[in-house]
Design a protein. Structure first.
Length: 623
């Protein structure tokens, strides 16, 4: 019976989607192929060939090893990512990054179909799809393995199915497809629930029909629940104890905790100090600015035409946009002023707003063409062609202007950082890593490519979770963890270091301002990108430390300042490379070696010209 139900549902979905294609003419299919092909070519040329900063290394690790990613687990992405990891070409990260490129290229195609359905103009729909495709933010997030491109595709499909069903409400299979896609989307990313008010609006507009078919809505709810089945992957994967297994899910309670993001705080986007607070207005302004002048103008002009021609769709889109856009970014509590990389974190959530409004761009094209037509009544086809040509010129200009800044095909910053850190770590050491920009590349290199196998890698922030402590104890019985979870106070670093005093313990990143437990018993010896925890009784000659770091820094591969994305975590990586020189300069200054301190401060600024602490120190010495 279950099998028959599945077959029926997938038959309905296949029938619905194929009917979308069948209703269009050959030119419509050609148009879809053109926009999808153009977007896919652009994305594949500029896609990252390697791991990049952000969640990408962690998500790739989970997908390749069939593990469990951070909450809510992203099971649909993980399974699809594993399929892409089996592609017979390119390095593993590139294969996974192609999943993002494929999803967003298909999103562009679905937007095209939706716009054709609403405007009956293939030319305007193609322009709208391409304007979305080359939006710098949308383009940039299509180039690396992330859950957002898949979210874009499923949201675009959901909107497309709702538009078709509203126009032809007798086609119950299309509504079934919409509910199934909604379930799948929720098994990928939870922001899809922000479309629920708009979804309910469409159902309410057709409530008279639904009253006559009460069984249809019940079947739809069942179809939605079937769409959630990818979540069953999580306990099944966890039971096999993969190398990356967030939450150690072994019960329904654990699964609910993962889905509700209990480790992060349910309802919070971030909880890290320095990222929270700030002005909601600033976040909303950043959202509006993310559209750019071309898309923004077309959306504003399109709003007028949509309101006149498709009033129901106007209000559907307004409700959807307000929920996924201004309302969401207003309550995210991200402080754009205090943390420069906060905008990098938030930008990913602008993508859904752009997908929602993209069909309006087609109406904007038609509005401009209509104005031109008043001055050229004798040539009815000329206005639309002129408008489309002008928009395509703008699309090409956007690509040429932003290509170099968006292109990630040569980005090896995250890999070089991870390899440089492992190369500095002595075999048999315990390496404590902090910060996503540092820990996630190390996790990928260690668990997927086997780099640094002689090192025991511990992600320090994860130690606050009891499941992670149990994982470490099971996999590394030689590692002594004297508490069930780390809190930086009663369960602190000193306890951990004391318990493992026979092993070399290194830290990369920052230990956290709340944990000062090592003070008075240990001191931080700077060894390149690492801080080695040494007992106070152990002395080192300053010159030996200078010589060792000179050799290490000469071997390192820091990115050029011009090559990084300044408001991303790549800026943190640049600072991490500059930190050893700054720290050594500080030690020289304290030892009265003013000239040597100036040399090291300048070296730090040579790596990161915007390292304010090094500049302040150099200014102080020069005066």
């Amino acid at each position: 019976m279950v099998r028959a139900t599945f077959e029926r549902i997938f038959d309905h979905i296949g029938e619905s989607f194929m009917s979308i294609l069948a209703r269009g003419r050959a030119k419509t299919l050609v148009g879809a192929a053109v926009v999808v092909g153009a977007a896919g070519l652009l994305y594949s040329l500029t896609a990252a060939r390697d791991i990049v900063v952000g969640d990408t290394p962690e998500l790739i690790t989970a997908a390749v090893t069939l593990g469990v990613a951070h909450p809510p687990g992203y099971p649909l992405f993980t399974m699809l990512g594993h399929v892409f990891s089996l592609l017979p070409f390119g390095p593993i990260p590139f294969r996974l990054n192609l999943l993002a490129a494929t999803c967003d290229a298909l999103t562009v195609g679905v937007v095209y179909f939706t716009a054709v359905r609403l405007t009956r103009s293939r030319v305007a729909a193609a322009v709208a799809a391409l304007v979305l495709a080359v939006n710098p933010i949308f383009w940039a997030w299509s180039l690396a393995s992330e859950v957002f491109p898949l979210n874009n595709l499923l949201a675009a499909l959901l909107i497309c199915f709702l538009v078709i069903w509203y126009q032809q409400p007798e086609r119950g299979t299309v509504l079934l497809a919409a509910f199934f896609v909604a379930g799948l989307a929720l098994a990928n990313h939870q922001t899809i629930v922000l479309l629920m008010p708009a979804f309910c609006f469409v159902l309410w507009k057709r409530h008279a029909l639904l009253r006559t078919r009460p069984g249809l809505l019940a079947i739809c709810i069942g179809t939605f629940l079937i769409g959630l089945l990818p979540y069953m992957y999580v306990p099944l994967a966890s039971a096999h104890h993969p190398v990356y297994n967030w939450g150690n899910v072994s019960s329904l309670r654990d699964l609910v905790a993962l889905i509700t993001r209990r480790d992060y705080g349910t309802g919070r986007l971030v909880s890290a100090a320095g990222y929270t607070g700030g002005s909601p207005t600033a976040r909303i302004v950043a959202l509006i600015m993310s559209f750019g002048p071309v898309a923004g103008t077309l959306a504003l002009l399109g709003a007028i035409a949509v309101h006149r021609r498709e009033r129901w769709y106007f209000w559907f889109t307004v409700i959807a946009f307000v929920c996924v856009g201004p309302l969401f970014v207003a309550i995210t509590n991200l402080n754009l002023a205090m943390a420069p990389s906060a905008l990098f974190v938030l930008q990913r959530f602008f993508l859904l707003s752009q997908v929602v409004l993209a069909p309006w761009f087609a109406f904007g094209v038609l509005t401009i063409a209509k104005v031109i037509a008043r001055y050229a009544p004798a040539w009815p086809l000329l206005p639309l062609r002129l408008t489309a040509a002008a928009c395509l010129i703008a699309v090409i200009a956007i690509v040429l202007t932003n290509y170099r800044g968006v292109d990630q095909s040569r980005n090896v910053i995250a890999r070089h950082l991870g390899e440089d850190i492992f190369a500095t770590t002595e075999p048999g050491s315990i390496l404590l890593a902090t910060g996503d920009a540092i820990a996630f590349p190390l996790l990928y290199l260690h668990n997927v490519e086997g780099v640094g196998q002689g090192t025991t890698l511990v992600v320090l922030p994860f130690l606050s979770f009891e499941w992670y402590v149990r994982q470490l104890q099971g996999r590394h019985p030689e590692l002594i963890i004297p508490f069930d979870h780390y809190d930086g106070r009663s369960n602190n670093l000193k306890m951990f270091v004391d318990a493992n005093s026979r092993r070399t313990i290194c830290i990369t990143g920052t230990t956290g301002i709340d944990d000062r437990s090592l003070d008075g018993s240990y001191w931080p010896y700077q060894r390149g990108l690492l801080i080695v925890v040494e007992p106070l009784a152990k002395n080192f000659a300053l010159q030996d430390m200078l010589n060792e770091n000179e050799q290490l820094l000469n071997r390192y591969r820091p990115p050029a300042y011009q090559a990084i994305r300044p408001n991303s975590f790549e800026a943190d990586i640049l600072t991490l490379y500059a930190w050893p020189a700054f720290r050594i300069g500080t030690d020289c200054e304290h030892s009265g070696l003013k000239r040597e301190a100036q040399i090291w401060y300048r070296r730090a600024l040579g790596i990161n010209p915007h390292f304010s602490r090094a500049r302040e120190a150099l200014t102080r010495l020069e005066h």
